[in-house]
Write a protein that binds this ligand. Structure first.
Ligand SMILES: [Zn+2]
Length: 80
């Protein structure tokens, strides 16, 4: 008797089968600039921060919203 047959496992590629390489996962918090490298492969350069998760900065005394701080790039963003 052989061992376990038909057990699901990782997808195997046939020899010579090419995997289409996707662009590397890019951090959504930043803009990425598509630049093609000298060898023709796509490369991405991190661009401006998108300030996706600004943290409120409030006055301790009046609870007035003073500004936002972006934890990704430490930029201070205007409250209004
Ligand atoms: Zn930012």
């Amino acid at each position: 008797m052989s061992g376990i047959v038909g057990r699901p496992g990782p997808v195997r590629l046939e020899p010579g089968e090419k995997v289409r390489r996707l662009a590397p996962a890019r951090d959504a918090r930043w803009e990425w600039i598509d630049v093609t490298g000298l060898d023709g492969r796509p490369e991405y350069v991190r661009g401006a921060c998108r300030h996706l998760t600004p943290a409120e900065v409030r006055s301790v005394v009046t609870d007035e919203l003073l500004a936002y701080l972006c934890p990704d790039c430490d930029a201070q963003l205007p409250a209004a």
